[in-house]
Design a protein around this ligand. Structure first.
Ligand SMILES: Cc1cc2nc3c(=O)[nH]c(=O)nc-3n(C[C@H](O)[C@H](O)[C@H](O)COP(=O)(O)OP(=O)(O)OC[C@H]3O[C@@H](n4cnc5c(N)ncnc54)[C@H](O)[C@@H]3O)c2cc1C
Length: 399
């Protein structure tokens, strides 16, 4: 774990690190994930996309590599890496397959993250061993059919009943929802109380009153599992309240700051995959008597993609390192997500253009990358919401 007192120390360290090499543990994790992406994910991503099938066997292999417990404490079977480590791992996995990437990102950053920060020792002891081993997949459920960006308006209710809480409501668009065993979810004691009424709970899918609703069919990340979750008098032990009563909205926002770094990382992985595919195609494809890569207009696109991808990566590393140092990182996480997601979508568009008609073929990975890139501008706060967050930070009177 990095220690730093100021953000300029982070900048010094970032500069030194990128000029030389990653710390050994991070470099090793990167190597493991890079090989897994090249050997397992890239060859199978198109098939899973076409079949729209959750890659259960691949998730099992991720668990065998220890990747379901990247942030989880060693005493509970995890790797106990920092957020920079998570970022480096997720970039490689997303480069190989964005559906697998979001599955892993939600599990590690949206579930392990808040459990580490807000969970009691008892809660960590109860949930981390199953999460880190991959026995239970994690999900995070705040969105509802009528409330996404305006999360403070959620309608799922909770009421205390003896030693339990009773939850009623429907959550929508929940990644990992139908395979998850452990879900962090949010409910209100009274919608009129707005943010002050919201509680966070660790729910298990085995609890009475929990069921999976409709499965979503999507433009991109088709192999990821996205469903509604229905709570009908869902009985949750009081011991599963995460944090204090009324702290739920704070927990949700704190978690999303980390999650946004995860989605920025996904976007960097997609942008890198677009760049790799474009370079490969332009080196191979000949026209007008020379390689496409030797055409200045094509090399211009490649240079832009490479430069922007590197810039997005730096913003993302910086946000992760600030989080690791315990420094404020909400602005930086939003900047990383906003910038990386727009760069990934631009890269996907440029990759498709360079491939010509072949880029639109279902057999071509850039067709999938083009569809997969879009979601990075939407979930865990749309680009409009990121701009609102950033502008509030740079206008202190609106903070
Ligand atoms: C594939 C997928 C996976 C997802 N996974 C999860 C998950 O695991 N857990 C979870 O809880 N949620 C998940 N979501 C939900 C996701 O986070 C929401 O879709 C997202 O936050 C946007 O909310 P919304 O869809 O309700 O759109 P809305 O909030 O209704 O927004 C509609 C439009 O209004 C704009 N807008 C909203 N507010 C403002 C404003 N103040 N100023 C200007 N424009 C504004 C938005 O930018 C958007 O363009 C997922 C969604 C998808 C598509």
């Amino acid at each position: 774990m990095l220690e730093a007192d100021t953000s300029s120390e982070i900048d010094d360290r970032l500069g030194a690190m990128l000029g030389t090499s990653l710390p050994p543990a991070h470099a090793k994790l990167q190597q493991i994930c890079r090989e897994f992406a090249d050997e397992v994910l890239i060859p199978s991503a198109d098939l899973h996309d076409r079949e729209e099938s959750y890659p259960a066997k691949i998730v099992e292999r991720l668990a065998n590599l220890g990747l379901m417990g990247i942030l989880a404490p060693k005493r509970y079977g995890g790797m106990e890496m920092d957020n920079l480590g998570l970022t480096i791992a997720l970039e490689e996995i997303n480069r190989g397959c964005a559906s697998t990437g979001v599955t892993l990102s939600v599990h590690n950053s949206l579930l392990s993250g808040p459990l580490l920060h807000f969970g009691t020792e008892e809660q960590q002891k109860n949930f981390f061993p199953r999460l880190a081993s991959g026995e239970a997949l994690g999900a995070y459920a705040i969105t509802e059919p009528n409330h996404g960006s305006d999360a403070v308006a959620i309608e799922t209710t909770c009421r205390r009943d003896g030693d339990d809480w009773i939850l009623n409501g429907t959550k929508a668009w929940i990644t990992n929802g139908s395979h998850a065993g452990i879900i962090i979810t949010f409910a209100t004691v009274d919608p009129a109380l707005r943010s002050k009424g919201i509680n966070a709970f660790v729910v298990e899918s085995s609890m009475p009153g929990f069921s999976v609703g409709k499965k979503e069919k999507k433009l991109g990340i088709r192999a990821s599992d996205t469903v509604q979750l229905v709570f009908e008098d869902l009985r949750v032990p009081a011991a599963n309240l995460l944090g204090e009563e009324g702290q739920g909205f704070k927990i949700a926002m704190h978690t999303l700051d980390g999650g946004r770094i995860g989605i920025a990382t996904q976007a960097v992985g997609i942008a890198q995959a677009c760049l790799d595919a474009t370079v490969k195609f332009a080196e191979r494809h000949e026209m007008f008597g020379r390689k496409l890569a030797d055409n200045q207009l094509a090399s211009n696109k490649i240079a832009n993609m490479a430069t922007r991808t590197e810039a997005a990566r730096l913003l993302t590393y910086r946000a992760a390192m600030l989080k690791d140092a315990g420094l404020p990182h909400s602005r930086e996480a939003s900047m990383a997500k906003l910038s990386a997601s727009e760069i990934a979508n631009d890269a996907a568009r440029m990759a498709l253009e360079v491939h010509g008609g072949a880029g639109l073929g279902r057999q071509n990975p850039v067709e999938r990358l083009f569809r997969d890139a879009k979601i990075t501008e939407i979930y865990e706060g749309t680009s409009q919401i990121q701009r609102l967050v950033i502008s509030r930070h740079v206008r202190p009177d609106r903070g």
